[in-house]
Design a protein around this ligand. Sequence first.
Ligand SMILES: [Zn+2]
Length: 275
Amino acid sequence: MNFVPAFLPSSSHAEPALWFVFCGDNMLVTEDAPGIPRGDEIGGLTDSLLRSHHLGTLDDSPCYAAEVPAGTGAPAGMSFHGLRTLLGTLGEDLFTVAGRAFQVIDWDRTHQFCGRCGKNTEPKKDERARVCPSCDLVSYPDVTPAVIMAVTRGNELLLARSGRFTGSFFSVLAGFVEQGETFEECVKREVREEVGIEIDNLRYFGSQPWPFPHSLMVGFTAEYAGGEISIDHEEISEAGWFTAATLPEIPRRGTIARRLIDWFSSGCEAIQGED
Ligand SMILES: [Zn+2]
């Protein structure tokens, strides 16, 4: 992806700006493609912004994240949509920048007051952060690491159905990293806690920013090393071993969960590095 992050705008861009405009958690998109509106297409919305941030440039187009007040109507030919509904339809590059925009807006919205002394915070002038003028506490945008892992046993893959998922689909296991824990320890703990299985031969697979609300999913593959499936019934409602020919309903394309399952389905080939 040709995205270059930058805190401050530069004056030398040939393309008109892309505006990632949020109303609450919903983002403004043009209805034809769907796509992201350009600056000259959103008209009067820029008069009522609650906040805005320059994010960087995508293919030489400056990218801005902004928020409008609740109840703001969409301009003609546009509408507000939740990010999840745009996964797979917006295009991978635009979705990734939209995820960044969502996280910056959500962080700004939720860090208006100092977490230590409660005073109003102010934007820091030289970097993306908010600072408390009373006690000098600096708050940076949150990124919460989580692991996601494909556990294989011979020609089988471990998949589970979460009590949290709205649909009936199965996916690979995942969980948030705890304080003081390595990724590798987290993968082993989550698999043990959720399904009672021991694993080894962990390999890094890849990662994906996941803006719901500010995760970074870090993917691993691992091999079964012992134990019988015993689900915790809190986070997991059902789990089992599946072959590539007997896969249940799985997550849609555009997710690292799906990439891990596709890696298994295509024969667990050696993982190529990505630039
Ligand atoms: Zn303070």
